[in-house]
Design a protein around this ligand. Structure first.
Ligand code: NAP
Length: 643
């Protein structure tokens, strides 16, 4: 695995080119070649992919009838491109890009997306979201420092941006290494549910992802490689945890108390305090009576105890969310008996290539055709994120199926019901238990390639839907009085997502506590800044999570970009601090709340980590990815109190 994204010269015979197309994603190859050749006539109407349904998107947009025609057109264009010397610079002017967008998305995306597209598609990859300024240039002689909490995907990025801007930064990381989520989640079967060609930094793309959807180990390695390439590793203090951070008004600095590995406390000082602790960072153990009485090994999915051998054991898995759905098929192979305690069923989307390695021929094309990997990334952006937003939206006045919230939502529901019915047609007893009664997208949709239903159907796996009454010293007792004796309990019960930054304490202007200000209902402006907390920036903060498969990397890049705009404003104006105006912040949150009430997760009555104790969605972004891109393009000085 390498971090390079530069293609090699395209030298190949006609036969080799033809063979390379066996595993190609043809619609994006045509799009890419149209840009490279400067010839949109190859995007014929009869070759426009159908991306109107999930099934067609998964099939690459083509019916079996269309495939040979698309393949022939791609081969012809590929040969022309090779014969022209495979120039790296595209022949098509950017103004013509909307034509390609229209072709790929059936008119779903228009010219408004072009600037975003150019950032995401730039080839050779340029770092379009880099700050483009330095402290020295804007404020010669000024020293400005930042403390960044967390060395996961967002924290490493923030560190890199600070380095690029000449900000003196320190990263505090509680773990012994980088990687965040992908370091901590080592449970068997753990992998990402966004394709890696999209779930990766726009400026550090890779042409040789081993899988379409990588395992946690691959992602940890990627983030380690990025940390190395960014040159930020030397600035990370490992095994160190932030206890609290306090704003010092007189000095316009943050005093950050950290606990080192041996327990020694130290106070660090910086001008800016940037948290990159993730929303899914602190495991949530369920509040079930008798939990501590269990006498065997018990652990949370994100704190997997690899010293415990589950072979031949009776195991209970409590929870059946995204983590459980990945680990159940693996644990089922080892355990003598596996009891899955499901409170609420999930929706599953069929993704046949979920565990597949990227075929060699496709990787060859990525490595030899400039911009092909980028167009493929873009197709994923459309088909697995932006294009799915309508399926999570409430249709005003919807009077169709009451189990859905709108037309597109109902179509998605029908598709996923079909998948469950197909998967469990031989087990009506299970089918009855696994069909959700709530609209899709109210909770995270889990991707599956068939391994989850296959695991549930094994003789040694038992799906228990009777509510849990208590944990006993020997196992799990359900409300019907039955006790399931087990050797091990695995809690796949999720995270304390709505307790942002927990257990850290943050004190802003006049000593106001962030937790008290939030009172269990976290809010921020752009997901990043908070009134009365000057020079405080959150990454993956309130209302920046996306439900229908958006990539958190995309959001992190834009949140960091926005943070850097704020810091640039301080440099340009010579001010020491900024915090968002309360009225601006409140108006923004009203808009977010209205948006969330128009989405499945905002209206459905089903438990999920998408709502906090006030029953408000403090986690999710309810609009399009383009809208988040738009709002983070620059900082409006009038939104802030500058001092
Ligand atoms: P989760 O989605 O919050 O699921 C927690 C599970 O535990 C649910 O089934 C929940 O039931 C159950 N549960 C909680 N308390 C319980 C109790 N007291 N009794 C019985 N059951 C209880 O957590 P997760 O699976 O760790 O996933 C969290 C998020 O992480 C996902 O939504 C996703 O964003 C991310 N994730 C992604 C991947 C991936 O990329 N493939 C993998 C894992 C996680 P209810 O549904 O009834 O609450």
């Amino acid at each position: 695995m390498t971090l390079t994204h530069e293609t090699q010269p395209l030298v190949a015979s006609d036969a080799e080119l033809e063979a390379a197309l066996d595993d190609a994603h043809l619609a994006t190859l045509l799009a890419c070649l149209a840009q490279n050749l400067g010839d949109t006539s190859i995007l014929r109407d009869d070759l426009a992919p159908d991306t109107s349904t999930m099934a067609m998107r998964a099939a690459g947009g083509y019916t079996p009838d269309q495939l040979p025609k698309a393949r022939a057109a791609a081969l012809d264009a590929l040969k022309r491109f090779r014969d022209a010397g495979a120039p790296v610079d595209p022949a098509l002017p950017d103004s013509e890009l909307p034509k390609i967008l229209g072709f790929l998305t059936g008119g779903g995306l228009d010219g408004r997306y072009v600037p975003l597209l150019l950032e995401e598609l730039a080839y050779p990859v340029k770092d379009a979201r880099a700050p483009g300024w330095t402290v020295d240039e804007l404020a010669p002689g000024r020293h400005f420092s930042a403390i960044i909490v967390g060395a996961g995907m967002s924290g490493l990025l923030a560190a890199y941006r600070c380095k690029q801007a000449g900000i003196d930064y320190t990263v505090i990381e509680k773990n012994p290494g980088v990687g965040g989520t992908w370091l901590e989640n080592t449970y068997p079967g753990c992998r990402v549910d966004n394709s890696n060609h999209m779930y990766s930094y726009s400026f550090a793309q890779k042409l040789d992802w081993p899988y379409f959807y990588s395992t946690s180990g691959v992602l940890k390695e990627y983030l380690g490689d990025c940390a190395e390439a960014f040159g930020v590793k030397g600035k990370i203090q490992y095994n160190t945890e932030v206890v609290d951070a306090t704003w010092n008004e007189d000095e316009a600095t943050w005093q950050v108390r950290v606990k080192k590995a041996g327990g020694a406390m130290e106070t660090l000082t910086a001008n800016a305090f940037i948290t990159a602790t993730g929303q899914l960072n602190r495991p949530r153990l369920p509040d079930i009576e008798g939990r501590d009485s269990f006498e065997g090994p018990a652990f949370h999915s994100a704190r997997w105890d690899h010293s415990v051998d589950l072979k031949g054991k009776a195991v209970a898995v409590i929870g059946n969310g995204a983590s459980a759905s990945q680990l159940i098929p693996e644990v089922a192979k080892d355990a003598a008996e596996l009891y899955v305690f499901q409170r609420t069923p999930n929706w599953y989307a069929s993704v046949p290539n979920y565990h597949d390695p990227v075929p060699e021929k496709l990787e060859w094309l990525f490595a030899h055709v400039p911009r092909y990997a980028q167009w493929y990334r873009f197709f994923l952006f459309w088909t697995t994120t932006e294009g799915l937003v309508p399926s999570a939206r409430v249709d005003e006045g919807w009077d169709g199926n009451p189990a859905s919230i709108g037309k597109a939502n109902d179509e998605l529901r029908a598709l996923m019901i079909q998948y469950l019915e197909r998967s469990f047609e031989d087990r009506p007893d299970l089918l009855e238990k696994v069909i959700p009664k709530y609209p899709p997208a109210s909770k995270r949709i889990v991707l599956d390639n068939g391994v989850w239903p296959a695991a549930l159907k094994r003789d040694n796996v038992h799906l228990v839907t009777e509510p849990i009454d208590r944990i006993t010293p020997r196992g799990v007792q359900t409300s019907d009085g039955k006790e399931y004796a087990v050797d091990n309990v695995i809690y796949a019960t999720g995270f304390q997502a709505s307790k942002f930054l927990t257990p850290m304490e943050v004190y802003g202007r006049d000593g106001v506590s962030l937790n008290e200000q939030w009172d269990g209902d976290a809010r921020a402006y752009m997901g990043v800044t908070v009134p009365y907390f000057p020079n405080f920036f959150m990454l993956y903060g309130p209302n920046t999570n996306i439900v229908v498969n958006g990539s958190t990397v995309y959001f992190a890049e834009l949140e960091v970009k926005y943070t850097m705009h704020c810091l640039r404003l301080l440099m340009e104006t010579g001010n020491g601090s900024l915090d968002v105006r309360p009225d601006v912040h409140d108006r923004y949150n009203e808009w977010i709340d209205r948006g969330n009430l128009g989405m499945a997760w905002g209206v459905a009555e089903v438990p999920s980590w998408y709502r906090n104790e006030k029953n408000r969605s403090a986690q999710n972004w309810p609009f399009t990815l383009l809208e988040f891109w738009d709002q983070t393009q620059d900082v409006n000085a009038e939104d802030y109190v500058l001092a």
